[in-house]
Design a protein. Sequence first.
Lengths: 170, 327
Amino acid sequence: MKYSKDQTQALLLKIENSLKSYLLKNNIEKPIIIGVHTGGAWIADWLQKRLGYEGRAATLNISFYRDDFSKVGVNPTVEPTEMPVSVDDKHIILVDDVLFTGRTTRAAINEIFDFGRPLSVTLVVLVERNGNELPISADITGEKLELDNNKNIKLLGPDPMILEVVDKDN
Amino acid sequence: MSENIEIGLDQNIKQSDIVSQKHLRHFLDIENLPKSLILDILDLAESFAGVSGQPVKKVPLLRGKTIVNLFFEASTRTRTTFELAAKRLSADFLNINMDYSATRKGETLLDTLRNLEAMHCDMFIVRHPSSGAAEFISKNVSQNISIINAGDGRHAHPTQAMLDIFTIRKYFPDFKKIKVAIVGDILHSRVARSLMHALRILEVPDIRVIGPKTLLPNGVEHMGVTSYVDMDEGIKGCDVVIMLRLQNERMNSSFIPDEHEYYNLYGFSPKRLDLISKKGIVMHPGPVNRGVEISSEVADGDKSVILQQVSNGIAVRMAILSLSMQP
């Protein structure tokens, strides 16, 4: 099943608006937006522009922080992490496309802390699906989804960004 | 080659088990590596290069693994960059300086290996003065242990060649368009041998080896290279010139008249810089003998990438360690 371009766009606008209110409510002026490769990085870049911030969003590649290296190894074609600014004493907006088991978010937070000590980390995801294995939930979510165990949801992109539900073997 | 017999090795070094199920298991030589795997290592090293710039210069990838440096021969750069690479991957790391005289006999070496195996180590990084030592060890350790060749006799020094091509790619992304010269003691150089294989696999169209006839191996042309005895002619128009150290410790007779004469004929003097291509770079695997194979002006000049080679060595070795350690 594929979301339409408009449906995906609606979810993106929803997280943009929620994020704007969240920043206002919490008095956060200049957060650092960090996207998790690959889908999260596209959304982070999109949010960076929509919020009127200069430059590109920072990106994290969590491959070296995963907890399943001894099972699946490392993918050689990983994009490097790009963290152009210090995270010390900054509010971090961590962006990912899908929150599933929570393991990617765990790895991303660990990696962020290797770059310094942020004031806070806020998690923004486009889709939060069932199957969480860790005590991690998103602060801002586009949509919550109940999916069968044999299904995955992924983001195609970057232009246009379109969500797609696929069989796990796919 | 008499050392080979001492450790019970067949004279014909066979390549085996470098690649197992598309992954590295041992990293013994470059000769039989597929191009795709070499490029994978370079790409992964690119990602690891950023780790050295982080405030916390560490990633948790190899947490809980134990890596042992098993060095039967002196080394500074290779030993320390392997150690840093392992530590930046969060592995536990042991440095064992093997007293070569204590392990001359085959039984003793194998006993040493058994002991280290009993300590549940996951990887041995081996440097040895005998060609084929790393492969010999790879065949005599239990299945779950990976062996990395950190230089064996005159045979191979694959991780050095990998970091050299990683450095070259930073300046010349398209290997198919460059001219590369390797200058000096080709005969005794395991670096040269591994480099020639790597450059050939990456389809570098013009690979040259330059040196006095006494230091060029017979039949070196069969490795897909052109040999030159005249340095000026050889480095002309080259994009990459890799200078090699005169390996006096491996020379058992006179190969050159004297060092001064050698410098005049094959030393990289400043006036030779004009001969290489405009964007050309000068490399050296170290240790550098200033005034023998290269002048200080060239070694410290703006075309020299010698220290970048050292930095790149860490990222490239991180890539090789993690690819060899994956399931």
